[in-house]
Design a protein around this ligand. Structure first.
Ligand code: CA
Length: 230
């Protein structure tokens, strides 16, 4: 069973030993890791799995890492996924080229695993702050992922575990509209069969919990699309 909330990292590396070392270290950090050994496979996996961060080798057979990066960065659905490029080339000109294709970060081989893990965390801090323990706040609501405490206007809120995960998903991207399927995936995990109506039930509980000391309902139902915070 995959655990919800754990960030998904896609490792794209054609060298099996290097791929495994990377994946092993990322899994040891608690991430869900998927592996691709070439560019085509990477593009397919991104389409079906929407990773939170991609660690992408520059030198790949056929479709190069740069090409993969370029294709992902021109598509609206994938352009916000952070990409960390790996390369054996250390020349400044290549570094610039790597960043010009839209890569979010660039690491030169041989890299230290500790450094790479720090770079991955830095990208997650931007895109999935709760997953790396950052406190989230939105209009008087404060959520602490480490203590699992939620305050609204300084008053503690009682939330069930599912409502907590729902709220942290919303608070990572205020304003974003989440479909029921996306919420199921993120909050319940993809390997569990849950009816989409279950989402509505828990949204109802979350709304009640958020307003337990009064205040307006900060969740918005977007007809035909899903739910959003704010
Ligand atoms: Ca390679």
């Amino acid at each position: 069973m995959s655990q919800p909330e754990r960030p998904r990292i896609l490792v794209v590396e054609d060298e099996p030993a290097q791929r495994e070392v990377l994946a092993y270290n990322l899994e040891a950090e608690g991430y869900q890791v998927s592996r691709a050994e070439n560019g085509e496979e990477a593009l397919l996996l991104v389409a079906e799995d929407a990773p939170d961060v991609i660690v992408l080798d520059w030198m790949l057979p056929n479709v190069s890492g740069i090409e993969v990066c370029r294709r992902l960065k021109v598509r609206t659905e994938t352009r916000t996924i952070p990409i960390i490029m790996l390369s054996a080339r250390s020349e400044e000109v290549d570094r610039v080229r790597g960043l010009e294709t839209g890569a979010d970060d660039y690491v030169v081989k041989p890299y230290s695993v500790v450094e790479l893990m720090a770079r991955v965390r830095a990208q997650l801090r931007r895109t999935r702050p709760a997953s790396v323990g950052e406190r989230l706040s939105f209009e008087g609501i404060v959520l602490d992922p480490e203590t699992h405490k939620v305050l609204r206007d300084d008053k503690p809120l009682k939330l069930g575990p599912t409502e907590f995960r729902l709220l942290s998903t919303f608070m990572e991207k205020p304003g974003r509209v989440w479909s029921r399927e996306q919420l199921l995936d993120r909050v319940w995990g993809r390997d569990i069969y849950v009816d989409t109506r279950t989402v509505d039930v828990h949204i109802g509980r979350l709304r009640k919990a958020l307003c337990q000391h009064g205040g307006d309902d900060p969740l918005r139902t977007v007809r035909g699309a899903g739910y959003a915070l704010g």
